[in-house]
Design a protein around this ligand. Structure first.
Ligand SMILES: Nc1ncnc2c1ncn2[C@@H]1O[C@H](COP(=O)(O)OP(=O)(O)OP(=O)(O)O)[C@@H](O)[C@H]1O
Length: 252
């Protein structure tokens, strides 16, 4: 297993915002972590990494920082790049856990830039990229780490449609190559099409876990997301379109 969580509970202040979550993630899985705003997705990812205090067990949080940096790459939600360094230099920072180990760091940087369609940007100053380009550069930095597991918090937010699809395909490919990805996502259509498995959080609890077709039922969409949606199997895969809010939870 690349990740094991047992009864992971994360508190912010006195309130548990993630409650007794248990799950395992195996090589080959591209997992979409879904749930409404405030459901606890970021808290779960950060708790699993040991970046937030948590009770219960996380196999990653239990590792030494060096071992963890080789076991898992982390793409946080904040996308701002503060340093006026080249894109290649930024992506190379992802190699930090491996430096001095005689690995092909230049090759890993070039490969990660290529995967994110940034080869022509490698010598540009990172702070002079557009918001979406900066987001792709930060994904490339996480890819350059070449860890078996990637945890990504809303990785496709702010990307144009082509870049969103391409990024989800990169994640699916990582899983096919024997790694695993856990990405928090709000776009349920892309989650349904590209993930092998969806994990649903609602008010800090894991309420569904399985293949997209089994998880995205009308009842779950109504109960957890407060929406009605169209779902159909097509030659292009599962197509999901939100149609309306149900206002069970009051709407705005
Ligand atoms: N620093 C904090 N102090 C207290 N409560 C917090 C803090 N950060 C987050 N919370 C609360 O914890 C809960 C879970 O937040 P979290 O960011 O994990 O949700 P999320 O599912 O990632 O949401 P979103 O989709 O909006 O990013 C929310 O109710 C939020 O208000």
């Amino acid at each position: 297993m690349l990740l094991t969580l047992q009864d992971l509970t994360v508190r912010r202040g006195l309130c548990p915002v993630v409650e007794a979550v248990s799950l395992t993630v195996a090589p080959g899985e591209c997992v979409g972590l879904i749930g409404p705003n405030g459901a606890g997705k970021t808290s779960l990812l950060r708790g699993a990494l040991g970046l937030l205090p948590a009770t219960g067990h996380s196999s990653l949080a239990a590792m030494t920082p060096d071992a963890r940096a080789r076991a898992a790459a982390w793409l946080p939600q904040a996308r701002e790049i503060a340093w006026g360094i080249s894109v290649a230099h930024l992506v190379r920072l992802g190699r930090t856990p491996h430096l001095g180990r005689g690995l092909d760091d230049d090759g890993a940087v070039t490969h990660a830039l290529g995967r994110m369609g940034l080869a022509q940007f490698r010598d540009r100053t990172a702070t002079q990229l557009s918001g979406g380009e900066q987001a792709r550069a930060l994904i490339a930095r996480a890819l350059a780490q070449e860890a078996p597991l990637l945890l990504a918090d809303e990785p496709i937010a702010g990307l144009d449609p082509a870049a969103q699809i391409a990024t989800m395909r990169v994640f699916a490919r990582l899983a096919e190559e024997g790694g695993a990805v856990i990405a928090s996502l709000h776009d349920l259509g892309l989650a349904a099409r590209h993930c092998t498995r969806l994990i649903v959080l609602s008010a800090g609890r894991l309420v569904a876990d399985g293949p997209p077709r089994a998880v995205l039922t009308p009842d779950l969409l109504a109960e957890v997301f407060d929406i009605r949606a169209h779902l159909s199997d097509t030659p292009d895969g599962l197509v999901f379109q939100p149609l309306d809010t149900l206002h069970h939870h009051g709407g705005f």
